[in-house]
Write a protein that binds this ligand. Structure first.
Ligand SMILES: Cc1cc2nc3c(=O)[nH]c(=O)nc-3n(C[C@H](O)[C@H](O)[C@H](O)COP(=O)(O)OP(=O)(O)OC[C@H]3O[C@@H](n4cnc5c(N)ncnc54)[C@H](O)[C@@H]3O)c2cc1C
Length: 450
């Protein structure tokens, strides 16, 4: 018989550390206080915007969670730039800009995110030639509180510092405020197409360098791809608000709710055609000529796409260099079918692909070396999801897959090292200089890129 008292004692030692302390600063000095006061606010200190990342990059066990949500003011706004505190939600910022007929040069339809969280991590956007590749690229100034609690300002006069700070996961310091470029609301035209995977794979080289913004929905069990191209030419007429709202409701509310309910239908033969049929019908409806114009501001009127604890949809993303994406597409489709046959798990929502334009504005940009395609796999069913992602990571890595530290679940440190190469070596060295005592480094980031 084991000695129960000793066993319990041992297990206690193995317990996860306590819940993190929470700090909710209301101004920049309070951020500095947290960072300077190591006794009161234990390490690691992790900034959290909306805390919606798909990985544990913003999580802490036993350290200090720095909740940025009270820092939500607009500090300055003119016709060309807006300066905001980092905790402001995208939803609030775009509404204020839209009231003045202005919009951001990037972003997408995930409005619950914080501006600080978006510019400090990897984000997905199907940018046209007149946009920036992502919101971080449109940052022209940052006010940072360093790990030692000093406030510093950086702007375009120090491009190498901005390049280091964009998408740096809060490892170089806490972003207190950012200045983003804005512009007058600008329309784009939208074109749609439907095809099989083979045809899509042939189109990949053209899509990689297209001036249009590229977004694709994939249904691997139906061998179907729905493409949406956004052209940066002036649209003939303004976008129709009601149609965009309908599309938001159909794809982000009705479809996820419906396919989630269908998980209870017994028997694959009955259930799967229903799931795929609804998905295809929704895409066919949304990707129609009815949606022939849009704008970044219009995309951000959606209210049904939710991230965070109460979100129904789970998502994980791998970026692929454009040259490898055609082959990766086939393997993705085959993997989905094989995994379902052998393990009984399949994703019940279409995957979404964003073409990422080449972007060297950030050292850890996933499309630094050239255009890439970000494949976001999505589901509402979680039993079996983690295993699906762990096995998919090996396939993704085989096709040059680039893990995004806040978006990719199931990647290994070796896969990150291979994908980011010398840039990661440089980032690590600079991080150690900026934060020699690891005030901001949590376990996940230490394991994967520390
Ligand atoms: C279901 C689902 C769907 C998603 N869909 C999309 C999508 O369509 N497009 C997309 O781009 N992303 C998507 N994501 C990923 C997620 O929304 C992004 O990671 C988002 O950009 C993070 O914003 P956030 O405010 O939640 O940041 P957080 O998750 O809070 O933080 C992100 C990183 O930035 C750091 N950070 C936060 N604030 C600061 C600050 N002030 N200073 C320094 N560092 C800071 C954090 O420590 C962390 O490392 C999705 C995630 C899920 C779970």
């Amino acid at each position: 018989m084991p000695d129960l008292a000793r066993l319990t004692g041992r297990l206690r030692k193995l317990e996860l550390p306590a819940e993190p302390l929470r700090a909710r600063p209301r101004n920049m000095d309070q951020i500095a206080d947290v960072l300077q006061n190591r006794k009161r606010f234990p390490s690691p200190v992790r900034p959290q915007g909306a805390n919606s990342s798909a990985t544990r990059c913003a999580k802490v066990h036993g350290g200090t969670a720095l909740d940025m949500s009270a820092l939500n003011r607009i500090l300055h706004l003119d016709r060309r730039t807006v300066t905001v505190e980092a905790g402001i939600r995208l939803r609030d910022l775009v509404r204020i800009l839209a009231d003045r007929n202005l919009e951001l040069l990037a972003t997408d339809d995930q409005l619950d995110r914080s501006v600080g969280g978006i510019v400090s991590s990897g984000s997905l956007f199907s940018s046209t030639a007149m946009d920036e590749p992502n919101l971080a690229a449109s940052v022209c100034a940052i006010r940072l509180v360093t790990p030692r609690g000093r406030a510093l300002n950086f702007n375009t006069e120090k491009p190498e510092m901005l390049q280091l700070l964009r998408q740096s996961y809060g490892l170089m310091g806490i972003v207190y405020s950012v200045t983003l470029r804005v512009r007058k609301q600008t329309l784009y035209t939208v074109r749609h197409g439907k095809m099989g995977f083979a045809e899509l794979a042939k189109l990949v080289p053209q899509l990689a360098n297209a001036k249009a913004g590229v977004k694709i929905y994939l249904l691997p069990f139906r061998n179907r791809a729905f493409i949406e191209l956004r052209d940066a030419s002036m649209a003939a007429r303004p976008p129709r608000t009601a149609i965009w709202k309908l599309g938001d409701w159909l794809t982000n509310k009705l479809l996820p709710d419906l396919v989630h309910l269908l998980r209870r239908v017994p028997g694959r033969r009955l259930r799967d055609p229903l799931i795929d049929g609804f998905s295809e019908a929704t895409q066919a409806l949304v990707n129609t000529r009815l949606v022939d114009a849009g704008s970044n501001a219009m995309e951000q009127t959606g209210k049904f796409r939710r991230v965070g604890a109460d979100a129904r949809i789970q998502q994980s993303t791998w970026a692929f260099p454009a040259r490898d994406f055609g082959a990766a597409l086939y393997s993705y489709r085959e993997y989905c079918q094989r995994h379902y046959k052998t393990q009984g798990f399949r994703c019940n929502l279409p995957a979404v692909v964003h073409r990422l334009r080449q972007d060297q504005h950030a050292l850890l940009s996933p499309s630094f070396d050239g255009p890439a395609f970000a494949l976001s796999i999505r589901t509402t069913v979680t039993a079996g999801w983690d295993d699906f992602l762990i096995d998919f990571a090996a396939i993704a890595a085989h096709f040059g897959g680039i893990p995004i530290l806040n978006q990719t679940r199931g990647f290994t440190p070796a896969q990150a090292t291979r994908a980011y190469g010398e840039r990661l070596v440089k980032f690590k060295a600079l991080r150690q200089q900026m934060d020699p005592q690891d005030r901001l480094l949590n376990q996940f980031l230490a394991e994967h890129i520390g």
